[in-house]
Structure formats: structure tokens, C-alpha cells
Design a protein around this ligand. Structure first.
Ligand SMILES: Nc1ncnc2c1ncn2[C@@H]1O[C@H](COP(=O)(O)OP(=O)(O)O)[C@@H](O)[C@H]1O
Ligand SMILES: [Mg+2]
Length: 258
């Protein structure tokens, strides 16, 4: 592992005026400011609904480790990713392990890891949509996924610190399963992953730590206690039970009683 805690040091804590404004109005960020976030396992997921603060937090962590966004950002004159600074990233500090400290203080080229943003993950994986058995069986289709493969090959080859924001964007069920295998292997091979997700599949990575973010702030929990998992279970069981609140018509083609 490289990073074991993210926190705002005393001298940098936001004052009352700052706390009344974004990002401290997001409950998970407020809790991060108050208590910090301890990272205990090589693979950590931040799970929560849209708007719960996952991106705000993982971006700040990536910034704290000076990670380059994988795939860069659009519109930079040099073609090189520009260093990002965010309100939270500017004050957040990371407690590193000795390995993390060595990597942070060493030359930039020695740094292993990157920040995979939701948007770049999407761009990489767009071409993979609907390619059956893409990962292993269908070698002819592999060229379509070169970007995707290159990302994971790079991660496997260089055990580093990887921060990801909804890498499941545009991934099929099967591709998500493959990503679980990659995450699991990374955790075992000395890498560290901090990943924002709302995929119940990714969050099921064995041995991973799960932090549920939401109105309550942040709480460590088990996969089978996640709201997300509960919703998916119930939805797959009875789509109509959810849909009848949204649609003004019967949704009884799913077989459930209204
Ligand atoms: N730059 C910003 N300025 C103000 N509000 C923002 C900014 N970025 C995100 N937000 C708000 O902060 C909240 C958390 O956003 P975000 O971290 O992107 O959530 P998530 O990634 O969990 O969907 C949302 O309500 C969002 O609208
Ligand atoms: Mg997000």
C-alpha cells in the first residue's frame, strides 16, 4: 500500500464561511474534513448515489498523490495533462506508507499510478460495447479495446497507486467481472486502488474495503449491506415495484403483481 489516510491538517481546516459553501456542504466531504478517511486495505471502494461526493473525494486524493489523469484532459495546448487543483485537493493531505513516501519524493518517471476519470474511462471503453467475450476468447475484437487493455496491462505491470472514478462507465456485465479480477489481482500484487463506483459488481471485489457515502457522510460497510446492492436485488426481483412510482401505467409485463 502507498496511502493509508487522507485528512485535512489542523492549519488548513476550513473556517465557518468556507464550511457553508461547496464542497463542505457535501456530507461526505464535511466528514472527511472533520475526521479524515483511513484507508485500511489495498482496494477501497467509495460507493454512493450521484451527487454524494465520490468524485470530489477521489479527485482530491488523486491530486494529493500528484497523479496524472489517464488519457489527459481535453484542450491542453501541450497535449500533456495539466496539473489539476480542486478546492478540496488544495487542502487535503495524504499519510503515506514508506513505499508511498519513496514514490512521492522520487522522480516523476518512477511514479507508478494514474487517475482514471469517469469520462476517460468511458472514451476508452466505448469501442468495447457489445463485443462478446472480448477479453479472452474473441482475439479479433481485441484490437478495438487496445486502450482499455493498455490501461489494465499498465496497472498490472507496475504495482502503483491507482485512483479511479466510475471505471464501469460503458462496461458490460462481463467486462465489469473482468475488472473485478484485475482489481483483485492488483490488491494482491502490491498495488493500491481507490475507486469511486456505483457498480454492485465492482464493489463485490473480494477483500475490498467499502465506504458508503451519502447523506449520512461516510460509513464503512459490507457489500451485502449496501443500499445499492439492496436496490439492485429488489429491482431485478420486481422491476414493477420501482417503476410504478415513476410510470403512470401498469408495468406488469415483468410478472410481478401490481
Ligand atoms: N465544481 C463544483 N462546484 C460546485 N458544486 C459542485 C462542483 N462539483 C461538484 N459539485 C456538487 O457537489 C456534489 C457532489 O458531486 P460529486 O463529487 O461529483 O458527486 P458523485 O461523484 O458522487 O456523483 C454534487 O451535488 C455536485 O453537484
Ligand atoms: Mg462522480
Amino acid at each position: 500500500m502507498f496511502v493509508r489516510r487522507a485528512y485535512i491538517p489542523d492549519g488548513r481546516l476550513p473556517g465557518p464561511r468556507e464550511r457553508a459553501a461547496w464542497p463542505y456542504t457535501v456530507p461526505a466531504v464535511a466528514e472527511l474534513a472533520e475526521r479524515g478517511l483511513t484507508i485500511t486495505r489495498p482496494v477501497t471502494f467509495l460507493v454512493g448515489d450521484n451527487g454524494s461526493g465520490k468524485s470530489t473525494i477521489v479527485e482530491a486524493i488523486a491530486e494529493g498523490f500528484s497523479l496524472d489523469p489517464y488519457g489527459g484532459r481535453a484542450g491542453t495546448a501541450t497535449g500533456r495533462p495539466e496539473p489539476t487543483t480542486t478546492v478540496l485537493g488544495e487542502v487535503l493531505r495524504l499519510d503515506t506508507t514508506p513505499a508511498g513516501a519513496r514514490m512521492l519524493s522520487g522522480p516523476r518517471l518512477k511514479k507508478k499510478g494514474f487517475f482514471l476519470r469517469a469520462e476517460t474511462a468511458f472514451a476508452l471503453t466505448q469501442t468495447l460495447g457489445g463485443v462478446p467475450g472480448y477479453w479472452v476468447e474473441d482475439t479479433a475484437a481485441m484490437s478495438h479495446g487496445e486502450g482499455f487493455l493498455a490501461v489494465f496491462a499498465a496497472m498490472m505491470a507496475a504495482p502503483g497507486f491507482y485512483v479511479m472514478d466510475e471505471p464501469e462507465a460503458a462496461l458490460s456485465f462481463t467486462a465489469c467481472l473482468h475488472l473485478v479480477a484485475v482489481m483483485h489481482a492488483l490488491g494482491r500484487n502490491g498495488a493500491q486502488v481507490v475507486c469511486a463506483t456505483h457498480s454492485p459488481i465492482l464493489a463485490s471485489t473480494p477483500g475490498a474495503d467499502i465506504i458508503e457515502v451519502g447523506e449520512h457522510g461516510m460509513r464503512r460497510t459490507r457489500w451485502d449491506r449496501l443500499d445499492l446492492v439492496d436496490h439492485w436485488r429488489r429491482y431485478l426481483q420486481r422491476p414493477d415495484a420501482y417503476l410504478r412510482h415513476l410510470l403512470h401505467e401498469d408495468a406488469d409485463q415483468y410478472g410481478g403483481a401490481p
